[in-house]
Design a protein around this ligand. Structure first.
Ligand SMILES: [Zn+2]
Length: 199
């Protein structure tokens, strides 16, 4: 006899109970404890499921995983980014190949943001060589603090459900079309038989 094994907490030998693996959400098969916990973002332990300390810890660790479930959780690292600014206080904007719009913008949110000094300094040097009459551009160092984790679970789940529903509707519409075609062919065949036997 083979028993279910929860892919998250490892509950086995008949204690796992039924496993949930929602293909829409593309999740690994997990027991009710682990599935409810990952789904709701709060630790759910069902009394009827017998679990070892180690298994319970693994279930609780779901919420400490790489993807935070808390909207307000912060990242305690400082991120350094760079931008390039001209003497009028405007920021350089990357237009890309055949890009449209202004090269210089007042809003830093529209500025080209560099992950390191290399790219930003490259732009400054290139501009200095291309437009020697203009003042040398400033390198702007951005120290990013207050980084917030935005929970994307609900949004992604909604998109996936919407996609699954659209697929169901498409299949239903196709089945309807096929049925109508079959009915049409049947009617034609019946008319043919009638015509051939009507002598
Ligand atoms: Zn489990």
């Amino acid at each position: 006899m083979e028993f279910n094994v929860c892919q998250i907490c490892g509950a086995k030998d008949g204690r796992a109970g039924f496993l949930v693996a929602n293909s829409v959400r593309n999740l690994v098969p997990a027991c009710q404890n682990c599935d409810d916990t990952r789904r709701t973002g709060v630790i759910v332990i069902h009394a009827h499921l017998s679990r070892t300390e180690k298994e319970l810890t693994k279930t609780m660790n779901i919420l400490k995983g790489p993807v935070s479930t808390s909207v307000n959780s912060t990242i305690n690292n400082t991120l350094i980014l760079y931008a390039v600014r001209n003497s009028s206080g405007q920021y350089f904007r990357a237009k890309g190949y055949h890009g449209q719009g202004a090269t210089w913008v007042n809003d830093i949110n529209k500025a080209k943001i560099y992950g390191g000094t290399g790219g930003a300094r490259g732009t400054i040097t290139w501009m200095a060589n291309a437009f020697p009459k203009y003042p040398i551009l400033d390198l702007i160092k951005l120290t990013v603090s207050g980084i917030e984790v935005v929970d994307e679970k609900d949004r992604v789940l909604k998109t996936q459900i919407k996609k699954a529903k659209a697929e169901e509707q498409r299949k239903a519409a196709q089945a309807k079309r096929e049925l109508e075609n079959a009915k049409k062919k049947l009617a034609e065949a019946e008319a043919n038989i009638k015509r051939l036997t009507n002598f």
